[in-house]
Design a binder for this molecule. Structure first.
Ligand code: KIV
Ligand code: ZN
Length: 516
């Protein structure tokens, strides 16, 4: 990276990514992802929208406390209460940023904000000045910049830089732009805004036309030095630019980019898996960089070529993005110290000895069933330990499922609900269906099952199965996870976990619902 300029990687998986319907995360889940991003050396982590709810506020605060190497950012509309909440949540951060925004396109100003352009400029300048009272690092975004008038963008950007904005982020909020045009917009703005050299230029592209990464890269070639992106391209609607694609494009094509990131690319695949497991959003097999087939060669001609000389068909090395780092770490005879040390190396720490003990008991149980314990197994165990200690009202005590050829499967379940044991039995079209019906007949959540997915965490038939269940009750969508070497038990744990989240649930406000 010697003479190259730095390209700042701003990850918004925990904020824009969380805006994907069904991707909402608990505070503990956000902390785990934030730690993985920190290990990957992401420069800025947008941890959430503190004014949305008490839960969002606490999650941003907890991430700000847990992460010290990356800068932690909180989103705020250009309004007093949002900026105050962001400032308050970030007070504990070692390095903080407030990101404030207001819409600037004619359609948003007229139809959504019902404000004149003059009022929008005034509000933006006020918001940036107010945010600077809480934090020296303030980012400003003219929302829907991709459909805004360039002359108006020049005017508002000049004014907010003068007011103290240190980063100017140009969002293509609705994913409308195409690369050549978007690159030209960035070049034009940088040239025409008189004080453009006083701020870092950033871009935030959505993927509605599948162009988010291409638009971001065009902007980088036009001088943008921060890209906002998410793991696996998660995000509102069709998602945001994918972090792994932006980072690897810039790294692989150093012949054409005059900048590079500081990302530790070997953390990409483990982080992608973590995000996929926590959100329940599976990664498509042919997804660039992190898809299961991204480095698989099926055709004989390709296989032959790769065997003769890898670079005939590969432009990147799988190991450089974290494939095959899966190694046996612990076994049946490993002690508590080895367990704690390996988790520390993975960036996982425990809030209390009780949490460590809980996870260690699960580890010993697993080691009895499975000889080789991999890093992924340890991550799943910690998820379980975290899940188990989150004020859960419902606990799975016992599950028995009878499934045989020619017979209808029947499940018998005992749950502890607020400390009282309750039992039920139900038949179903399969063992998982029967287990869910038995659980539902006790908890009566009345939720609709939106998604059920099973993934094996490592290879082999003794692998832990990780199940994600997505439930919708009255528009509130939650994901539950469970893991076990028995996938019916993992499924029941996931269902119970989702029900607990519904029972704890607090509503969220969408940051772009109304800007002022
Ligand atoms: O897409 C968008 O415009 C956003 C802003 C809040 C930056 O997410
Ligand atoms: Zn966005």
């Amino acid at each position: 990276m010697s003479q190259k300029e730095k390209l700042i990687i701003f990850d918004t998986t925990l904020r824009d990514g969380e805006q994907s319907p069904g991707a909402s995360m608990t505070r503990e889940e956000k902390i785990r992802i934030a730690r993985a991003l920190e290990r990957m050396r992401v420069d800025v982590i947008e941890a959430g929208f503190p004014a949305a709810s008490k839960g969002d506020f606490e999650a941003v605060q907890a991430v700000a406390q847990a992460v010290t190497e990356s800068r932690i950012c909180g989103l705020a509309r250009a309004r007093e209460q949002d900026i105050e909440r962001a400032g308050e949540a970030l007070r504990v951060a070692k390095q903080a940023r407030i990101h404030t925004f207001i819409a600037t396109s004619p359609i948003h100003m007229e139809k959504k904000l019902q404000m004149s352009p003059d009022q929008v400029v005034e509000q933006a300048v006020w918001a940036v000045k107010y945010a600077r009272q809480f934090c020296d690092d303030v980012e400003f975004s003219p929302e829907d910049a991709g459909r805004s008038e360039p002359d108006f963008l020049c005017r508002i950007i000049e004014a907010v830089i003068a007011a103290g904005a240190t980063t100017i982020n140009i969002p293509d909020t609705v994913g409308y732009n195409v690369p050549q045009q978007f690159g030209a917009l960035i070049a034009d703005l940088r040239e025409r805004v008189p004080n453009s050299d006083k701020a870092v230029w950033s871009v935030h592209c959505h993927n509605d036309l599948g162009l988010a990464v291409a638009n971001s890269l065009a902007a980088v070639q036009a001088g943008a030095r921060q890209v906002e992106c998410t793991i696996n391209g998660l995000g509102e609607r069709a998602g945001n630019a994918s972090l792994e694609e932006v980072v690897m494009a810039v790294r692989t094509r150093q012949d054409i980019f005059s900048c590079d990131t500081g990302i530790n690319t070997q953390e990409i695949v483990p982080t992608s898996r973590l995000v996929s497991n926590i959100t329940g959003f599976a990664v498509q097999p042919n997804k660039a960089i992190v898809g299961a087939n991204a480095f698989a060669h099926e055709s004989g001609i390709h296989q032959d070529g790769v065997l003769k000389h890898r670079e005939t068909y590969e432009i990147m090395r799988a190991e450089d993005v974290g494939w095959f780092t899966n190694r046996m770490v612990l076994g049946k005879h490993s002690g508590r110290n080895a367990f704690r040390t390996r988790l520390q190396e993975l960036g996982v720490s425990f809030d209390s000895e009780e949490q460590l003990n809980e996870a260690f008991v699960r580890f010993k149980d697993l080691a009895d069933k499975k000889h080789e314990i991999f890093d992924e197994d340890l991550q799943a165990l910690v998820t379980e330990a975290n899940i188990a200690l989150e004020n859960e009202r419902v606990k799975l005590v016992y599950l028995n499922v009878c499934s045989q050829t020619g017979e209808t499967p029947v499940a018998r379940v005992i749950l502890s609900v607020d400390g009282v044991e309750r039992e039920s039995e139900a038949a179903g079209s399969g063992p998982v269906d029967a287990a869910f019906k038995a659980i539902e007949s006790i908890v009566a959540s009345d939720a609709e099952l939106l998604l059920y997915s099973v993934n094996n965490i490592t290879t082999g038939t003794d692998a832990l199965g990780e199940v994600t269940v997505r439930l919708d009750r009255g528009g509130r969508i939650v994901n539950g996870q469970g893991s076990d070497t028995d996938i019916v038990i993992a499924s029941a744990k996931a269902y119970v976990n989702a029900v607990n989240k519904i029972l704890q649930g607090a509503g969220r406000t969408h940051p772009q619902a109304a800007d002022v």
